[in-house]
Design a protein around this ligand. Structure first.
Ligand code: GUN
Ligand code: ZN
Length: 434
């Protein structure tokens, strides 16, 4: 017998495949009157309430929600903890934005009290927005990662993070050295990787801020720890790409820099990829690497429009990222709202079921965690959300006109935000209640 068993009754929706591969109808399961059964923090059953209720003991505790939709927790595949205090910084594109706003803001994270305070705000904000797993950039300071993991561990969250490695082309107050970044990253890996539901990611910021020596040592860490994640940025902004060509003239292009230092692989996530070419997409796919699509950031920083159809053509793993503070919202619903517009501007469509996939199962696949998160199949971690159809007067009125779950889902992604997330559960525990 499980120690704790609970059941949740509402409309239930989850992705089970990529619509680009199997078509829309085969990509999801929807139970209009559904039941989700959770045993000891894991999902043990999902299906129609009418079928599952008779199989359960009569005294089981059932939480019944009207006008609500249960979905898997959202997965944010790219976000910066130490940029929480500078979201919405005015006027600049990537390289000037980094120098003017980002680096000064990140400089404060050597201080434990500050790092603790922001880690707390950051995790509350993730959970308020329904994000139960994130792939997180710290600052250059190991303290930023320690504060984050300490807070995440208390709530038994599944989180991935790493200390930024940057040993050039940044202010003196914010650089490490190739050697210190290796030693500090290794100590963090030993302390945190695989502890509870926490994982570590080797985190070279981007090619311009690492020397060849540092990139070599980043690759060495991945060799020493074969189940390690790697996260960095790629091909976000045209000036950035020109700069990479100047710094690494002997390489074929931006991706080839990372490839040369052996940073591609099944647990490698590259943020943005707005200006990738066909060959680079093919190489990313071949190595099992993933892209984090960050539409609010790409629009806010004027970086460009990510070509999702090209990524699909190459069967590239793509997840969704907020990229806060380049992105302007912690909400993956709002991020999908912008993703839709990015596709519209390219004459393409983003179906609500592809959007759901990107925010859940697609992210889990990008992180190689699809057997644990991103869907509600039995055996998965019980990380899920209760979305409230009556979160705002407009949402409530608009959804009353909805004819089917496709329309409801699309409206949730267009009008929805943190207010839509009534409850967030992680490993079966209630971690946010609106
Ligand atoms: N490229 C290098 N660093 C950053 C960062 O902090 N944010 C974004 N959006 N791009 C980057
Ligand atoms: Zn970023």
């Amino acid at each position: 017998m499980p120690l704790t068993r609970k059941a949740y009754r509402a409309a239930i929706l989850h992705s089970i495949a990529d619509p680009a591969e199997v078509g829309i109808e085969a990509s999801y399961e929807y139970f209009e009157d559904g039941l989700l059964v959770v045993d000891d923090g894991k999902i043990s059953a999902v299906g129609h309430a009418s079928e599952l209720l008779p199989t359960l003991p009569t005294d089981i505790e059932i939480n019944h929600y009207q006008d609500a939709l249960i979905t898997p927790g959202f997965i944010d595949t790219h976000i910066h903890l130490p940029q929480t205090g500078m979201v919405g910084a005015y006027g600049e594109q990537l390289l000037d934005w980094l120098n003017t706003y980002t680096f000064p803001c990140e400089s404060q994270f050597g201080d434990k009290a500050h790092a603790d305070e922001v880690a707390d705000i950051f995790i509350k904000e993730l959970l308020r927005n329904g994000t139960t797993t994130a792939l997180v950039f710290g600052s250059v300071h190991p303290q930023s990662v320690n504060s984050f993991f300490e807070a995440a561990e208390k709530l038994d969250l599944r989180m991935i993070a790493g200390k930024v490695m940057m040993d050039r082309n940044a202010p003196d107050y914010l650089v490490d050295t190739a050697e210190s970044s290796y030693v500090d990253s290794k100590a963090l890996i030993e302390r945190w990787h695989g502890k509870g539901r926490l994982h570590y990611a080797v985190t070279p910021r981007f090619a311009p801020t690492s020397t060849p020596e540092q990139l070599t040592l980043a690759g060495q860490l991945l060799t020493e720890y074969p189940d390690m994640y790697m996260q960095t940025h790629i091909s976000e902004n045209l000036k950035e790409i020109e700069w990479v060509k100047e710094l690494f003239p002997e390489r074929k292009g931006y991706l080839d820099v990372y490839d040369h230092y052996q940073l591609l692989g099944e647990r490698s996530v590259f943020a943005h990829g707005v200006h990738l070419c066909d060959d680079e997409c093919a190489r990313l796919a071949e190595t099992g690497s993933a892209i984090s699509f960050c539409p609010t950031s790409n629009l806010f920083l004027g970086s460009g429009l990510f070509n999702l159809p090209m990524a699909e053509k190459h069967k590239l793993n793509v997840g969704l990222g907020t990229d806060v503070g380049g992105g302007t919202s912690f909400s993956l619903l709002q991020t999908l709202n912008e993703a839709y517009k990015v596709m519209q501007l390219q004459g393409a469509r983003l179906s609500p079921f592809k959007s759901l996939y990107l925010a859940t199962l697609g992210g889990a696949r990008a992180l190689r965690l699809e057997d644990r998160i991103g869907n509600l199949r039995p055996g998965s971690d019980a990380d899920f959300l209760v979305l409230d159809y009556n979160a705002t007067p407009l949402l409530s009125y608009r959804l009353k006109q909805s004819k089917n779950i496709a329309e409801t889902l699309f409206v949730l992604m267009t009008l929805g935000d943190d207010r839509t997330v009534a409850q967030t559960y992680a490993a079966g525990a209630l971690v946010h209640q609106r």
